[in-house]
Ligand binder design. Structure first.
Ligand code: PAZ
Length: 321
């Protein structure tokens, strides 16, 4: 295990050394640290069962892998961000503070029921030219704006955005290290779809790849296994949940079990592309639990978040013994 960690550390070091510097690095670091320290200062009476002492980092959306430094073309990973946005709402409802690391332009908490182009669809000018929500959307718009502002104002929601794989991994590292002092009260809920392969920055061409040179052959490097570093170095005591998406149901559970073991996750949420909104299977070292949305067709994230909160409570209680 020590040798594996050393290799992953070396891979990660060369990834970070060659990655383009993260814009606003200092600001993101201080925002994450301040956000966490507010929770650490809460000092609730019973830290073991009080969700208000807890912070969850929800990752959401898909990372891009640029093919050129002045990026015109990129490889993308599928994720609408719905899972992450919905889960953020339910964690907030349960009393958690949420650091929401999400892909720019992907689904946002409280906005899921708004149409795709909310600014143009949900608002209209009145007789005097003032802009107001349309009658059809007024209630939804008001609820979305009110709940979002409430969460931000109360210091319960921190929104950090990425586009590229380089940004995602650097932000995740900053947030993980900032969350380390929370110990077992930290949770990682890693629903983002993260690329397994990338073009290292130091071997990437500067300008747009030209098509006149014929077919394009590229070698992609493997992304270092950041989950190993998160679990063993960045925030080793936090409760850690990763996600496994497959399109072939035959291999889904096996892959999730492998991830559970390899990265020492506390839970792996297995889901299949077509049915991901109806059903997920949570794999832990105690076996598999099917979690489905109920007959009223509410979000599957309601029972999923609930299940994971209970798992974290058991983990905290067991650590306190
Ligand atoms: O974002 P979304 O709601 O469209 O989909 C969620 C998901 C399928 C991306 C997520 O549940 C997931 O499985 N993420 C990890 C993907 C992976 O295996 O890399």
């Amino acid at each position: 295990m020590a040798a594996l960690l050393e290799t992953e550390q070396e891979n990660a070091d060369s990834f970070f050394a060659s990655a383009p510097p993260l814009q606003d690095r200092e600001l993101i670091t201080s925002d994450a640290q301040k956000f966490v320290s507010r929770r650490l200062q809460l000092e609730p009476e019973d830290k073991t069962s009080n969700p208000r002492a807890r912070v969850v980092c929800v990752t959401s959306g898909g990372t891009t892998v640029p093919l050129e430094r002045r990026c015109v073309r990129f490889i993308d990973n599928f994720s609408s961000g719905h899972r992450g946005a919905a889960s953020t709402e339910y964690f907030l409802k349960a009393g958690y503070a949420v650091i929401f690391i999400n892909r720019r332009g992907s689904a946002q908490p409280f906005c899921r029921s708004l149409p795709e182009d909310p600014l143009l669809t949900c608002f209209e000018p009145d007789d005097k030219g003032a802009i107001r929500p349309t009658a059809t959307h007024a209630a939804t718009v008001q609820r979305a704006i009110k709940e979002h502002h409430l969460a931000i104002k109360a210091g319960n929601l921190l929104n950090l955005q990425y586009t590229t794989l380089f940004e995602y991994i650097q932000i995740l590292q900053i947030v993980s290290i900032a969350m380390n002092p929370l110990r077992q009260n930290g949770m990682f809920y890693l629903a983002a779809a993260v690329s397994d392969f990338y073009v290292p920055w130091n071997s990437m061409v500067e300008h747009k790849i030209q098509s006149r040179t014929g077919p394009l052959a590229m070698e992609l490097a493997q992304v270092p296994k950041m989950l190993t570093l998160l679990r063993q170095l960045w925030a080793p005591l936090a409760f850690c949940v990763s996600f496994k998406l497959e399109t072939d149901t035959e291999i889904l559970i096996k892959k999730a079990q492998q991830a559970l073991k390899r990265y020492r996750m506390h839970a792996v949420v297995a889901n299949e592309l077509q049915t991901r909104k109806q059903k997920v299977i949570v794999v832990t070292d105690r076996g598999e639990t099917i979690v489905e949305r109920d007959e009223s067709h509410t979000d599957v994230e309601i029972p999923l978040v609930d299940f994971l909160i209970n798992q974290q409570t058991s983990y905290i209680n067991a650590s306190a013994e």
